[in-house]
Structure formats: structure tokens, C-alpha cells
Design a protein around this ligand. Structure first.
Ligand code: 9D3
Length: 230
């Protein structure tokens, strides 16, 4: 898979791919990730990527021309309807549909993702309307730009690529695949500052441990994510 990021802060990403599962996936050539400076697709003397909003209002809006030029050069299309199969152009935006494990798996099946990071007050709407295949938010809270959201999408996608996880874990057996939160985990010591590990986990009775974990996962889900049980 190829992942191209369009951003005014390409340096934001440099260290982010140098650790853990993402670093291993890049080293194993499961994915190639490049962060591109949006300003390199400007043609004016001052490399302007933003302008004032029509209709008035605070802040600046990312101009369409450099973004359309960037996507054309990276994905070979200036319209979403002309995108080749297996390529997706994703705008990270507070107005997008919310990222889910299902959407991450859909992205993980693609040969190329082009991620556009918004900044300032927003992005000219013709980008969302005619250029991108997917407008995606990571949740209902305010970020100062699309860059941290792009990192979240990339992390969620890469760990689903075949071979990205160690053999000990399979992505399909984890939390959110079965609609419940994970059960609580404990390691040594069995007593820490007066807090004890649940006795059943120390017994080696595998059937009882499995039952305790199912019930503890249910309790945790009821408490923290009742919406998952509706
Ligand atoms: C006052 C209206 N705001 C829109 C909700 C303005 C605004 C806030 C934040 C405009 C841009 C941004 C920058 N955020 C993103 O680019 C972003 C984002 C987010 O803020 N939350 C969750 N997911 C995402 S994806 C991109």
C-alpha cells in the first residue's frame, strides 16, 4: 500500500512513523508513506495555500487549486468519479463521517490512500464535493488541523495490513471486532499497594478465567460504552 499525505506541515509526520508497528510495516515494505508539502503545488510568488472566505467570517480557507493539483499528481485524477479502483482520496475534516473499524478495514484493502489535512477554518468545499472519495472525522472534539487525525487513520489502517501484526495477535479477535470492550488485564505483582489481582486469574482454571473475562468485559462496556450494547 502507498499512503500520500498532503499537508502544510510535512515535518509533523517525520518521527511519527519511526516507532512500533508502523516502523516495522514500512521496513517490511508493506506500506510506503510520504508526507508532501501542499506549498509545492502553488504557482504564485508567495506560495499561498489559503485565502479569505467568500461571504465573510473569521479565519482563512485552504484554496482549491493547490489541492486539486496535488491530488492529480499523486492519484492521477481531478475528480472523485475518475479515481482508479483501489485508490481513495480522504479529506480529514470535522464535517466528515466518523472513522470506524469498518472504514479502517475498507481503507486497508486499498492500494493507495491520499490523505488531505485541513487547516485554518476549513477547506474550500469544492474539494469535498468533487475531488475526495471520503470525508472523514475522528470524533466529536476540536483539533487544530487534520494532521493528528491523519496519524490516527494511518495507525488504524496499517495494523490491519496482512503481516503488520506479530503472529501472537490477530486484528480480528480484538476489541470492537466483537462489539464489546476488551477485558481487564493484569500482570505481576499479584498485590500492588493493597490492590489485588482477581483470584480466579491466578488459579489456572481456563474455563473459569474465560467466563470471568466475558463478564468483566460486559461490565466494563456497560460502564464506559453503554452505546455499544444498544
Ligand atoms: C467553528 C467551527 N469549527 C468546525 C467544527 C472550525 C474548525 C475546527 C477545527 C475548523 C477546522 C478544524 C480543524 N480540525 C480538523 O481539521 C479535523 C478534525 C477535528 O477537528 N476533529 C475531529 N476530526 C477531525 S479530522 C480533521
Amino acid at each position: 500500500m502507498k499512503i500520500d499525505i498532503i499537508t502544510i506541515f510535512p515535518d509533523y509526520f517525520r518521527e511519527a512513523f519511526a516507532f512500533g508497528i508502523i516502523r516495522r510495516a514500512v521496513a517490511a515494505d508493506l506500506v510506503e508513506i510520504k508526507a508532501h508539502d501542499l506549498r509545492s503545488w502553488t504557482s504564485d510568488k508567495h506560495h499561498l495555500v489559503d485565502d479569505r472566505p467568500f461571504g465573510g467570517g473569521d479565519g482563512m480557507v485552504l484554496k482549491p487549486e493547490p489541492i486539486f493539483a496535488a491530488v492529480e499528481s499523486l492519484a492521477g485524477a481531478r475528480r472523485n468519479r475518475d479515481l482508479a479502483r483501489g485508490k481513495r482520496v480522504v479529506l480529514l475534516s470535522p464535517q466528515g463521517k466518523q472513522l470506524s473499524q469498518v472504514l479502517a478495514a475498507d481503507f486497508a484493502s486499498c492500494e493507495q490512500l491520499v490523505l488531505i489535512c485541513g487547516r485554518y477554518e476549513g477547506v474550500d468545499e469544492r474539494v469535498a464535493a468533487a475531488l475526495v472519495s471520503d470525508e472523514v472525522s475522528i470524533g466529536d472534539y476540536v483539533l487544530s488541523g487534520g494532521e493528528p487525525a491523519a496519524l490516527v487513520v494511518i495507525d488504524a489502517v496499517i495494523r490491519l495490513l496482512p503481516g503488520a501484526l506479530g503472529s501472537e495477535t490477530s486484528a480480528s479477535t480484538e476489541s470492537f471486532s466483537d462489539g464489546l470492550l476488551d477485558y481487564p488485564h493484569y500482570t505481576r505483582p499479584p498485590e500492588f499497594e493493597g490492590m489485588n489481582v482477581p483470584e480466579v486469574l491466578l488459579t489456572g482454571h481456563h474455563a473459569e478465567i474465560a467466563r470471568w473475562r466475558r463478564e468483566a468485559a460486559m461490565e466494563k462496556t456497560k460502564r464506559n460504552r453503554p452505546d455499544l450494547l444498544k
